[in-house]
Design a protein around this ligand. Structure first.
Ligand SMILES: [Zn+2]
Length: 297
């Protein structure tokens, strides 16, 4: 008796690489195709995983939070991180340099969690220790905070733009990636953002030369390290968004004094589209909060 096996056989993952190429055309592509096919083939994959296993023996990995061996973030710390970020919170009272709204209130900021314990360790490793792979752990907390901001800060029905706060070119060159942009890109690709919400890099740091020119003639106080260091980009998109009544949410990784957010807000307001709020991954705990935590323990 013949049994139809097609339902049990998984589609061949290498099939795409075995597509027939017209003979005599693009030999270089043919060679690359073979290399690709070889690379994803079972046996080299086994060799690579063996090499990785040996490398883990020679260069042991350890948890970035608790230093336990064998995982970049161990199960216990991953669970603790998840629990710490379950409830996004308003944190604008913690930062004294935030811009003021017309009502003289600081710009509302929502944080996924406090910059302490596991969240601080993972954010630090992600940003400063060349571990972009940790983005996967930080996307869900950010998604939760963005959702909370969309529910409470944005007007229903109005289009919303998520604008990452830029990093300086120097820092970006050193890292080789843009931490906040990478997180937002993954968030967008995950397909969890509601309809009408888009991501756009509308603010950038001025080049050093422009920065010096912009600082000229300013008083000493106005010449802070951050002031006038950013400007808006993609003016046409900005004008179009302003015309449609879009609301802007700034996205940053860590909130300390709020001066970076203030500078990004200044650049956006100058271009005619001020942000209605901001979302950060983590906010440094206020001094009184720290004391409160300690006394309850
Ligand atoms: Zn751990």
């Amino acid at each position: 008796m013949l049994v139809d096996m097609t339902n049990w056989v998984r589609p061949d993952p290498d099939a795409a690489f075995r597509r027939a190429v017209p003979a005599g055309r693009a030999p270089a592509r043919d060679w690359l195709r073979r290399l690709d096919a070889w690379w994803v083939h079972g046996s080299p994959r086994a060799v690579r995983s063996a090499v990785r296993g040996t490398a883990a023996l020679l260069l042991p990995v350890e948890c970035v939070c608790c230093r336990r061996p064998d995982a970049v973030v161990c199960g216990r710390c991953a669970r603790a991180l998840r629990t710490a970020c379950l409830r996004p919170r308003r944190v604008e009272h913690r930062a004294e340099a935030l811009p003021l709204n017309p009502g003289n209130e600081p710009m509302p900021v929502i944080a996924a969690g406090s910059y302490e314990h596991e969240l601080a360790a993972v954010v630090l490793a992600y940003k400063n220790h060349q571990m972009p792979a940790l983005a996967g752990m930080l996307v869900p907390p950010l998604a939760r905070a963005v959702k909370s901001a969309l529910d409470t800060l944005a007007e229903p029905g109005a289009p919303v733009v998520l604008v990452p706060v830029p990093t300086r070119l120097q820092a970006r060159n050193r890292r080789g990636y843009f931490p906040v942009g990478l997180l937002l890109g993954r968030l967008r690709r995950a397909g969890v953002l509601p309809e009408g919400v888009r991501v756009a890099r509308l603010v950038r740091y001025r080049a050093a030369r422009q920065f010096t020119a912009a600082q000229k003639g300013k008083g000493r106080r106005a010449r802070g390290a951050v002031r006038n260091s950013m400007c808006a980009r993609r003016r046409r998109t900005l004008d179009r968004l302003a015309g449609r009544g879009a609301r802007v949410l700034l996205i940053d990784d860590v909130l300390t004094t709020g001066s970076t957010l203030a500078e990004a807000q200044r650049a956006l307001a100058e271009a005619g589209l001020p942000a209605c709020g901001a979302v950060v991954l983590a906010a440094t705990p206020a001094p009184d909060e720290k004391r409160g935590v300690r006394s309850t323990r």
